[in-house]
Design a protein around this ligand. Structure first.
Ligand code: HEM
Length: 531
């Protein structure tokens, strides 16, 4: 009897939540004139269509979601807002600067992050600012954390990173001398950016920065940066399992061997962070101890100092939000540098001009040459390249879903508070009404003196047509830090080293790269000969 009642309740729930509501929502939005992608299938939505988009995936396949949208709208203009039922719940997809203005600014107080992600990612980022609702408490935490990026702290940090980058280049030069000149572009950049982020978080700690990572077939010693990247991918995979598409009941639970291993790895990782926190607490008892890293900032801020869990949450977010994003940007920029001869020529000229015009070689070693102010003002062409790299391949292709606090008008349509809203940066950045030749890499489109600065019909671009860091009150906290890392790593690297793609096909077409897309670009490194 009990089983029968339970089964009836489950069936009723599925009928109501995954079938009737899906078709109601489909009608609700399409009857307002919002275009829908495929007509949804009961329970599973359009997940099979997504699988279709992955079928012939190769190294030139972009984010699956992007490929799936492109497939659907092939040859047609992508609407500024459309409804899609990838899952039975459905979501609105936005890629229009005017609607972003509403979400980021004019209606910002009614917009929040979708709450479900907070539960799904709880074990990694907990109560950190990343997935918390936009409350006063979140804003206060944001304010306290932003101290890490103030000029005084950033200056000290950047000095450490310049030194670290210079040492890295020296070790690459040594590898070349030893005949180990074949490298993988993504790997060398990702390893170095991870080392930089770890130094900014933990300072020059002597503690080991690797973890024993449990796998179904054994244990692997992995760097903390790689562990955090793996956690992210595995948590995303966990999020899209069929069970969690049907119900939220298991969002908090780790089911099956793989998920249990993930939970165990996350616990070990947090225990490791706790160890670092304890060590630093001891060091801080010494009045002469000084450091400007993120850990010390947390341990000296009254909001954080007595809350070990919250400190671990923020450290995880910092590492996870900073590493693969920044590495993707630098990796992509260097790819275009080698891919387009004109880019290479212009950037090399700027690097020589900025770095080597005083006392030549000695100045290359001078850490002050890449100080805070120099990074903000010294680079003109590199600035254009960074912007265009972030436009053509935003490292985060789409934001985590948002949700309205109440039913309201967005972009001229009535949107309810249950429908997730997805801002898709890649679609936004390829909008043909805002960008001339959107698929082409043209750094000059960010130069006010260039004809590419304007839209195809000759007007000024709208404010939010470029938005790789999200916007409004939840804009990326590390935006300037990420740009500064690029502005020091890239010049030091290319002033000393050159590289060629090993595979000729990489001179013909660039494989896409983002935080969720891995690439394999073998390169042959060589040292630049100086007169
Ligand atoms: C090129 C590099 C980067 C890109 C493209 C980028 C992009 C983004 C995006 C799109 C978001 C919004 C996420 C969402 O809601 O889905 C975000 C948030 C965030 N980013 Fe970044 N990010 C970068 C580097 C960094 C760095 C270096 C840090 C350093 C700590 C950082 C810290 C954060 C934090 C803390 C948030 C959450 C802010 C909040 O919700 O209040 N990011 N970033």
């Amino acid at each position: 009897m009990i089983i029968l009642v339970a089964l009836s309740l489950i069936l009723f729930y599925l009928l109501w939540d995954k079938i009737l509501k899906t078709y109601y929502r489909y009608w609700y939005y399409t009857s307002q004139g919002i275009q829908a992608t495929y007509f949804p299938i009961p329970l599973i939505g359009n997940s099979l269509k997504l699988l279709e988009a992955t079928k012939n995936a190769n190294e030139y396949t972009d984010q699956i979601l992007y490929e799936y949208f492109k497939n659907y709208f092939k040859g047609k203009q992508i609407p500024k807002i459309f409804v899609d039922f990838l899952t039975a719940q459905g979501h609105l997809v936005v890629s229009d600067p005017d609607i972003l203005q509403e979400l980021y600014v004019t209606k910002a107080k009614f917009v929040d992050k979708e709450l479900r992600n907070r539960t799904l990612f709880q074990k990694l980022v907990g109560r950190s600012i990343l997935l918390e609702p936009s409350t006063e408490e979140q804003a206060l935490k944001r304010k306290r954390l932003s101290v890490a990026f103030y000029k005084d702290k950033m200056t000290i940090n950047l000095r450490i990173l310049v030194k670290k980058t210079y040492d890295w280049v020296q070790s690459l030069k040594q590898d070349i001398k030893n005949g180990q000149n074949e490298k993988e572009l993504g790997k060398i950049i990702s390893d170095h950016v991870t080392a930089c982020i770890l130094a900014s978080v933990f300072g020059q700690t002597k503690s080991k920065q690797t973890l024993e990572f449990l796998k179904p077939d054994g244990i692997e010693e992995l760097s903390i940066g790689s562990c955090v990247a793996k956690f992210f991918f595995q948590l995303v995979r966990r999020q899209i399992t069929p069970l969690r598409q049907i119900t939220r009941l298991f969002d908090k639970h780790y089911i099956g061997q793989n998920e249990k291993l993930l939970a165990q790895n996350l616990d070990n990782y947090r225990a490791y962070l706790q160890q670092l926190i304890d060590e630093r607490k001891e060091q801080l008892k010494d009045p002469n101890f000084q450091s400007a890293d993120f850990l010390t900032l947390l341990l000296t801020d009254e909001l954080y100092m007595n809350d070990n869990d919250l400190m671990k949450d923020e450290i995880s977010t910092f590492m996870f939000a900073a590493t693969q994003t920044t590495a993707s940007m630098i990796n992509n920029l260097l790819y275009y540098f080698e891919f387009i001869p004109e880019v290479k020529e212009k950037l090399r000229a700027e690097v020589i001009n900025v770095m080597a015009n005083e006392e030549q070689k000695k100045s290359l070693k001078s850490l002050e040459k890449l100080g805070y102010d120099q990074l903000q003002e010294g680079w003109q062409y590199l600035y254009l390249l960074i912007q265009e790299t972030l436009r053509i391949e935003p490292p985060v292709r789409s934001a985590t879903a948002m949700q309205l606090r109440q039913k309201m008008n967005i972009g001229g349509y009535t949107v309810d508070s249950e429908t997730p809203i997805l801002v898709h940066f890649m679609l936004l950045h390829k909008n043909p009404k805002e960008w001339q030749e959107p698929d082409k890499f043209i750094p000059e489109r960010f130069d006010p003196n260039s004809r590419y600065f304007l839209t195809p019909d000759g007007r000024k671009r709208k404010a939010n047509s470029f938005s790789p860091f999200l916007g409004g009150r939840r804009i990326c906290l590390g935006k300037t830090f990420a740009e500064n890392i690029a502005k020091l790593v890239i010049p030091i690297f290319i002033s000393e080293l050159d590289f060629k793609f090993k595979k000729p096909e990489h001179y013909l077409r660039k494989p896409p790269k983002s935080v969720s897309l891995e690439v394999n670009i073998p390169i042959l490194l060589s040292q630049i000969k100086k007169e």
